[in-house]
Design a protein around this ligand. Structure first.
Ligand SMILES: *Cc1c(COP(=O)(O)O)cnc(C)c1O
Length: 392
């Protein structure tokens, strides 16, 4: 059976271009990029080419790109590194309630270290209000960190407006752009960010590789201590194959950004409309327009998301009921609660995330299968039974 993979917000398949770029780094170019001999210098050359590719994709300088072990490390480094580098100036951090756990749990840990964190609420679509950011600023504020696009509901935040406020108050601004990079145009200057996180495996690169953009002049403490790699800022022998693969995947994503965006938006909207039109008591989560081209998130009332996922899986369709981290736990997603969904509605949510290889046939197959699954599950649901009886 051909599997239909619609969980690209959790991770993507590595693309042939990335794999082809990586393979020689496991063979001929296996060197340590810090070594003086030619095997090392070969690896160094590949590493620095990759750094330039990533920098170009973001409108940054190569010297502002630091490779890490993923989006989570980039978020941890940016937030903890800025917090401790500015400890004498203040202890207040501003973020939102719908950030990825890599940001939220880092902020919660910092609270235990004596920092104070404001978790801004969002509106019903998941948008942060820039005026709320401004109102939360105190003379102790040392960092504002807001994500570019939400990994669960796909809402795209007004980053240029928020960074303008940060700039006016001379507060460093970090943006978790892990879902945005490779999906929508990202430019560190037009967005006016001081730090920005990305992760290779979200745009068809390998897992375990990310990057942190740090604008020249931004004060960030070192996170990983050891050797002098990454210009003395991040120790450990560079993961040359992973970095080279990430750069190749990013280049491909950026070269095809507009075309993929148009295709995915069409398929996304077909999927959303199809679900809302054919399945009663269903709502779209996230913003209808300020939305990632690949994200569909719906709440289907009176059923359990997990049961729906298992049945979809049996039908060959891979989706998600929240983020990969929240599936497997019974707590409803913090993002769905933050946009105001009651627990029982949040529990019946389904995220389908598309990519450039998603076909219209696959979307049509989901639209054929999903309504039947929902009907079966609702026919077994006492909640739905009660609801229908009360309607009469
Ligand atoms: C996936 C994701 C991360 C974590 O990235 P990893 O590379 O898996 O550590 C962080 N933030 C967002 C918004 C994500 O979607």
């Amino acid at each position: 059976m051909n599997r239909i993979y619609l969980d690209n917000a959790a991770t993507t398949a590595i693309c042939p271009e990335a794999l082809a770029a990586m393979l020689p780094c496991f063979g001929e170019h296996f060197g340590n990029a810090s070594s003086i001999h030619s095997t090392g210098r070969d690896a160094r050359k590949l590493l620095e080419e990759a750094r330039r590719t990533v920098a170009d994709a973001l409108g940054a300088k190569p010297a502002e790109i630091y490779f890490t072990s993923g989006g989570s490390e980039s978020d941890n480094w940016a937030i903890k590194g800025t917090a401790f580098a500015n400890r004498k100036k203040g202890n207040h951090i501003i973020t939102s309630q719908i950030e990825h756990h890599a940001v939220l749990h880092t902020c919660q840990w910092l609270e235990k270290q004596g920092f104070e964190v404001t978790y801004l609420p969002v509106d019903e679509y998941g948008l942060v209000n820039p005026a709320d950011v401004e109102a939360a600023i105190t003379d102790k504020t040392i960092l504002i960190t807001i994500m570019a696009a939400n990994n669960e509901i796909g809402t795209i935040e007004p980053i240029p407006e928020i960074s303008k406020i940060a700039k006016a108050h001379k507060i460093p601004f970090h943006c978790d752009a892990v879902q945005a990079v490779g999906a929508i145009p990202v430019n560190v200057d037009s967005w006016n960010v001081d730090m920005l996180s990305l992760s290779g495996h979200k745009f068809h690169g390998p897992k375990g590789v990310g990057a942190l953009y740090i604008r020249t002049g931004t004060k960030v403490d070192q996170f990983m201590h050891g050797g002098a790699q990454e210009r003395g800022k991040r120790a450990t022998t560079e993961n040359v194959p992973g970095i080279v693969g990430t750069a190749a995947a990013l280049k491909k994503a950026i070269d095809n950004l507009e075309e993929n965006g148009i295709r995915e938006t069409y398929l996304r909207d077909k999927l959303i409309k199809g679900i809302l039109d054919t399945i009663p008591y269903t709502r779209l989560n996230g913003h209808p327009l300020y939305r990632l081209p690949n994200n569909v998130n719906v709440s289907i009332q009176y059923i359990e998301g997990e049961a729906m996922l298992l049945r979809l899986d049996l039908a060959g369709i891979a989706g998600s009921s929240g983020s990969a981290c929240t599936s497997g736990s019974l707590d409803p997603s913090h993002v769905l609660l933050a946009i105001g969904l009651p627990h029982e509605v949040a529990h019946g949510s389904l995220r389908l995330s598309l990519t450039d290889t998603t076909t219209e046939e696959e979307v049509d197959e989901v639209l054929r299968v999903l309504p039947k699954i929902v009907e079966t599950l609702r026919s077994m649901s006492p909640m739905f039974d009660d609801f229908i009886h009360n309607q009469k």
